[in-house]
Write a protein that binds this ligand. Structure first.
Ligand SMILES: Nc1nc2c(c(=O)[nH]1)N[C@H]1C(S)=C(S)[C@@H](COP(=O)(O)O)O[C@H]1N2
Ligand SMILES: [Mo]
Length: 424
């Protein structure tokens, strides 16, 4: 897989082998159900319409603007998509490098639970530990050595709707445009620190963080709580147990009191409302690393690709779809580009549908796990329709292609998006 570091892919191959030989356990669900799901994965039903009813937000909470989301979702900031809310890229135009928490996109499999930090504790358990379970209260975690990191959270399906609008392909899942990403400044304690204190052994291969939100029911099957195995190599590297976003306690919709932040990896890795973490010396499987978040389709094996890890490469204009621009009046086009593989150091823009390209000016120094802001001055010529394109290149030398590789669930869209505007 592009961008994934060799130890991870080697690990995944070994894990797949163990799964095939039935050495792996299916964490928290019947093997029969899991096999059924794997078999059905090629025709997966969109989870967004199958989620359990919103039940976790108590009646005294402010009326949510989308089922199960607590914060206000004004239409100038968000597009509502079922239980989820997509950030409007135009609403990021006046924001800095970090996305204000009130504009952060929300991806909920069910609904936001309201959890009091004082009643909360994290349990770390499993046969990958030297002893029994270890518990950490909120204040205990806050007293451990803290670390701050800037990182994006981006849904694996971000940009998915462009498989259909731009490539004419049918895919399942939430029909995001490009706004299922935001960048936060996260403060917390390294997952490695907590795992070491809990007594992780050298035999451990997977950790399984699990959320406290409601169980997910999809196509009549109870998948249990949201949980996705994370290889120990990544868990011990840069994963963070975050309790602050942009200098404030985590907001309810983004995982209060504590969430995982897995820099550079697809959003599902960053489990919100963390309740427990299993540490296992055999590989673990859940629906989120078997039938979901792998690539399925004609170019992939029947059991799918290896579980997805790193995010891909994308660019977006901070401009409404179909925005009106005035002819012969100079305008400053702005946007952002990012990659899960390496810093983005070059962005090229076309204002004539892809014939001529100019280099955008970057407003951030290229850094891994986050985006670069960019701009370009343009004077639209005569009135009429125009198509804007932005193409990023990252530190691995990879540039956004014209067409994204098809997969049934529409993950990892990376093609240059053709952004229509009207010159008036
Ligand atoms: N417990 C829990 N964690 C979760 C989810 C969820 O529904 N429940 N959604 C995941 C997905 S698919 C994404 S893309 C990110 C979204 O994070 P955000 O809502 O803070 O933007 O959280 C991930 N963590
Ligand atoms: Mo996601």
């Amino acid at each position: 897989m592009p961008g994934s570091v060799p130890p991870e892919s080697a690990y995944d191959r070994r894990r797949l082998g163990q799964w095939a030989r039935s050495e792996a356990r299916t964490a928290g669900m019947a093997r029969r159900d899991l096999i059924r799901l794997v078999a059905a994965a090629g025709v997966a039903v969109p989870l967004s319409t199958q989620a359990a009813p919103a039940a976790a937000v108590p009646a005294q909470a402010a009326p949510p603007a989308a089922p199960g989301i607590v914060k206000p979702l004004p239409p100038e900031l968000f597009t509502l998509r079922g239980t989820n809310a997509e950030t409007r890229f135009a609403a990021l135009r006046d924001t800095g490098h970090h996305t204000p928490a009130d504009r952060f996109f929300v991806r909920n499999h069910t609904s936001t639970p309201l959890i009091d930090a004082a009643d909360w504790r994290l349990t770390v358990w499993g046969d990958g530990l030297r002893g029994g379970p270890a518990h950490f209260g909120y204040e205990e975690l806050r007293a451990l050595p803290a670390r701050t990191a800037t990182a994006f959270i981006e849904c694996a399906g971000n940009g998915r709707s462009h498989y259909t609008t731009q490539q004419g392909q049918t895919v399942s899942g939430t029909a995001w445009t490009l706004g299922a990403i935001d960048v936060g400044r996260w403060r917390g304690v390294r997952l490695a620190e907590v795992l070491r204190r809990a007594g992780i052994t050298r035999r451990a291969v997977d950790v399984l963080p699990r959320g406290l939100d409601a169980e997910v029911v999809s196509a009549g099957v109870n998948l249990g709580r949201v949980r996705r195995p994370l290889p120990v190599a990544k868990a011990l590297d840069d994963a963070l147990l975050a309790y602050e976003l942009n200098g404030e306690p985590l907001p309810p919709d983004h995982g209060h009191p504590v969430r995982l932040v897995v820099p550079g990896w697809i959003g599902i890795s960053s489990i919100k409302w963390l309740g427990d973490i299993e540490v296992s010396d055999t590989p673990l499987y859940t629906p989120w690393n078997t039938d979901l978040y792998r690539l399925f389709g004609p170019d992939h094996p029947a059991e799918g690709s290896a579980p997805l890890t790193r995010q891909t490469l994308k660019s977006a204009f901070e401009l409404d779809w179909g925005a009106e621009l005035t002819a012969r009046r100079p305008v400053r086009l702005t946007g952002r580009s990012w990659s899960g593989a390496a810093p983005v150091h070059t962005v090229r823009i076309s204002t004539d549908g892809g014939h001529r390209w100019r280099r955008a000016r970057l407003h951030d120094s290229p850094r891994r796990d986050t985006w670069v802001r960019w701009s370009l001055e343009w004077t639209p010529p005569a009135p009429g329709p125009a198509v804007l394109l932005a193409r990023a290149t990252d530190g691995t030398g990879r540039s956004q292609p014209d067409t994204a590789a098809y997969n049934t669930q529409g993950y990892l869209f990376d093609a240059v998006v053709r952004h229509p505007v009207t010159v008036v």
